[in-house]
Every structure is written in C-alpha cells, then in structure tokens.
Design a protein around this ligand. Structure first.
Ligand code: FAD
Length: 442
C-alpha cells in the first residue's frame, strides 16, 4: 500500500476515498491533468467479485453524465453497453400501457446501464494511466485534515496534497470533517425504502414488455415501481414503498397478495417476484445537504458525499459526473492555487445541487401521485407542444434537467419564467375573449 512517497516527477498527489462512480471517474480526470492518483476503496475489486452489493442494479444516464464521459473519451464504449429509453411506459392496474415520450428530438433519450458494468469500465480506463493506483479493501477510518493525512483500518496512513471524499452518501470523510467542526450536514432519510425485482427475458429470449423505455407503475400511496431495461432483454425493477408497509410484507402470502392487488401484471412479468422479494434487502434513500464541501486547500467532497439526492429525477450519478468535470475545470483555472480552485468549485456548484435535491423530492410526489392524472398529462403534453412550436425558446423543465446541461438552478428559474409567461398569455387571451364577448352581446 502507498505511504508517503512523493508523486512521480513532483506531480501533485491526490488520495481519492471511494472507487464508486464518482471516485473512478474523477481519477481519470485528475490523471489526465498529470496528478499522481491513489484511490482507496473499502470493498473488493468489482471486476473480480460478482456484485458490489446492496445498491441499485442499473441506472439512467442522461445529458450531464454523457457530457462528462465524452470529455474523458469513454462515451462510445459506455453507449455500446446501454439500452436507450425514449420515454416512460406507464402501467395501469388493468395492465394497459401508456407511452409518454421524454422529448421531441431524436437525441432526447435516457440510457440504461448496469452500475457494475459502468464502474468496471471507469476503473479499467483509470488504470490505463500509469499514475493511477487503486487499493481495494482499504477502509478509511480517520483523517487529519490540516496535514492532508488519511488513516485506514489496520493502522496505515497516507499523506496527499488533496484528499477527496468520494465515499458516498454516508461518507466517512464528511463525518470526520463534521466531527472536527469543519462541515455541517443535514441528512433527510425518506420514510420510503425500496426492493429490487427482476423481469427476466421470456423463454424464447425476447423481452416480456417493450424494452426502450423506463417502465413506471404509479401506485399512489401504496407504492411506486420503476423498471430499467438491460441489454440482455431483461428489466430490473425497483419497488418503492413506505418502510412501514415493507416491514409487513414478510411472508409469501402477504407479498403475493400485495402485488396482485396493486401491481397485477407482475404475476406474468416476474415469475420469481415472491422469492426475490423475500431474499433482497430493503434499500434506504437519503438526501445529503452538506456545507462547506471543502476544508482549506486539503480536503474536498464530491458526488453523493457532498449532495446525495433521492433517485426520482434520475440525476444522482449524472450530477456526480458533472461534479468531476466542473472540479477539473476549476483546477485548470487555478493551476497553482488549490484553495482557490476548491472554493470556486463549491461556490459555483452547490447552489445548483441544492436545487436538484428539491427537484428530486418534488419528482417523488409527481411519479407517485400525478402520472396518471389527466391534468398532469395535459400539462406535460402542452410543454412538449410548446417546445415543438417554439424550439429553443420554450424548454420543458424535464428537458433542461435531463437532456441539456443548463445548471440546475438556472433551469428552474427559466421554467418559472416560462410558466409565468404562459399564465400571462392565458390571462390576456381570456381577458380579450371576455372583452370581445361583452362588446358583441351589448
Ligand atoms: P457511491 O456509489 O456510494 O460510491 C462510494 C464508494 O465509496 C463505494 O464504492 C464505497 O464502497 C466507498 N466507500 C464508502 N466508505 C468508504 C470508506 N470509509 N473507505 C473507503 N471506501 C469507502 N443516479 C442517476 O443518475 N440515474 C439513476 O437512474 C439513478 N438511479 C438510482 C436508483 C437508486 C435506487 C439509488 C439508490 C440511486 C440511484 N442513482 C441514480 C444515484 C446514484 O446511484 C448515485 O448518485 C451514485 O452511485 C453516487 O456515486 P458515488 O461514487 O458518489 O457514491
């Protein structure tokens, strides 16, 4: 394991804690800028074990994530392993499907990919750089932030110019900084959790339900299920439910009864639904609002460690990837002043991920309660019609978040301006119509 040896040729040294999606992508960005990078991951190498365990199996990549992957030259390799999702298939309790397109243009699609597959690709690419070393089975347990020193279970310590906390929503780096009084964190745990289930391919190898979309079963207060497609024609479903309900569904009879009542088409789509339900753990969902994200010019938080969000806007990983690109840009603009680079990163970024946290909470209610509402569908359709009619002058919020890289808070401000303009136009039209009618009937 690495100790205190200086970086090759006097290169600056980064110790990245966590080789998840964020840590492995940031390792590539830093290596391309000449940093000596050591990544410390508490788990085993995911390329050598069957599963990294416990997290969602597949994820939806959208514009921000794709832009970052393009920057590091990985876009084509990643897209080859994705299934494009052109919209949502909304499942009604009677089994009928309604398709809601994501956008109006060919490229306005999301891409479903297996989490482990993506992490493996990123790690392979990172390790192509000779100055990147990845140390698996290394659990960070302590930090001396002022000295840039990290301590691992087993007693090893390492020193670096920059320590990066890319260790996820329950970050140890953040917790230690908090203990030292350097960071304050608000952690909101949703009173809903999730279970993962599989829609396997049919016996003839074909998909059991259309593949090129995100499937949604809006169950109202009784649950919400989504399913992402996989390249081998299966789909991985995630059932979100109140924790109190999940606790009661612990026998084959209660599970089958619950699914038959609210999600009847699962009986044909998921032959192993009951066994999987009883086997799989309950996942928890958390929003992290931490401030500040850095300690002096020595430690910085990125990805979920800084701003984990609920998964209902599909932006968690995408925003993490965007972090890596933005942090790299800040390092480029301040080549000799690490503190200034980290300060700019936080100043320019945090206001946007705070808005993403709010939007992700709001989208939970939207997916759960409103997807089948005629008013909501009319509103979405109106958005798409206006977008089609006015092009770039009218962008639905969803389009700006998922299919563009407009910073999150700017996107929300613009959506509010558009809504206000639409309301004014409606009031003016109604006002003129009423005026005309009054003149005519006089
Ligand atoms: P993590 O993925 O949590 O990785 C952190 C890494 O740090 C892990 O490998 C961990 O083992 C390691 N680590 C932790 N502590 C230590 C320690 N003390 N020492 C050493 N290593 C440590 N996002 C999307 O963009 N689209 C989606 O469709 C989407 N769907 C989701 C569905 C669900 C159900 C969930 C829960 C999340 C979803 N997300 C989605 C969000 C996405 O999973 C996260 O934003 C992303 O995984 C964050 O990556 P990360 O690397 O920052 O953190």
């Amino acid at each position: 394991m690495n100790t205190d040896d200086p970086g090759a040729g006097g290169a600056r040294r980064a110790a990245l804690i966590g080789a998840g999606l964020t840590g492995s992508l940031l390792a590539i960005y830093l290596a391309r800028r000449g940093w000596q990078v050591d990544v410390y991951e508490r788990r085993a190498d995911p390329r050598r074990v069957a599963s990294a365990g416990g997290r969602s199996i597949n994820l939806g990549l959208s514009a921000r994530g794709l832009a970052a992957l393009r920057e590091v030259g990985l876009l084509d390799a990643v897209l080859r392993r994705c299934v494009p999702m052109r919209g949502r298939y909304v499942h009604a309790p009677d089994g009928t499907l309604a398709f809601q397109p994501y956008g109006t243009r060919e490229g306005e699609v999301l891409h479903s990919i297996l989490r482990n597959e993506l992490v493996r690709l990123l790690l392979d690419e990172a390790q192509r750089h000779p100055q990147v070393r990845v140390h698996f089975g290394q659990n960070l347990v302590g930090l001396t932030p002022a000295r840039g020193q990290a301590e691992f279970a087993g007693g090893q310590t390492v020193t670096a110019d920059l320590i990066v906390g890319a260790d996820g929503a329950y970050s140890t780096v953040r917790t230690v900084l908090e203990r030292h009084g350097h960071v304050h964190t608000r952690l909101d745990v949703l009173e809903w959790g999730y279970k993962e289930l599989t829609i396997p391919a049919a016996d003839d190898g074909a998909a059991r339900t259309p593949l090129h979309g995100l499937h949604v079963w809006p169950g109202g207060g009784d649950g919400l299920m989504v399913a992402h497609p996989n390249v081998e024609q299966s789909l991985t479903a995630t059932m979100f439910l109140p924790l109190s309900t999940l606790a009661q569904l612990d026998t084959p009879e209660t599970v089958a009864g619950f699914l038959d009542a609210g999600f009847p088409d699962t009986a044909t789509l998921m032959p192993d639904r009951v066994a999987e339900w009883l086997e799989h753990p309950v996942g928890r969902l958390v929003t992290v609002r931490a401030t500040p994200w850095r300690y002096a010019d020595r430690v910085v938080l990125v990805g979920d460690a800084a701003h984990a969000v609920y998964p209902f806007y599909g932006q968690g990983m995408n925003s993490c990837f965007e972090d890596c690109s933005l942090l790299a840009g800040c390092l480029d603009r301040h080549p000799a002043a690490l503190g200034a680079a980290l300060a700019e990163y936080q100043r320019s970024r945090k206001c946007h991920t705070d808005v993403l946290a709010d939007l992700s909470e709001r989208n939970f209610v939207e997916l759960r309660d409103r997807l089948r509402s005629p008013w909501f569908r009319l509103r979405k359709r109106a958005d798409l019609v206006l977008h089609r009619a006015f092009g770039r002058a009218w962008l639905p919020l969803y389009t700006m978040i998922s299919h563009r890289t407009i910073p999150y808070a700017d996107a929300l401000r613009r959506a509010r301006r558009q809504d206000a303009a639409l309301l004014t136009a409606l009031v003016l039209v109604l006002g003129s119509a009423t005026g005309l009618l009054t003149l005519l009937v006089r």
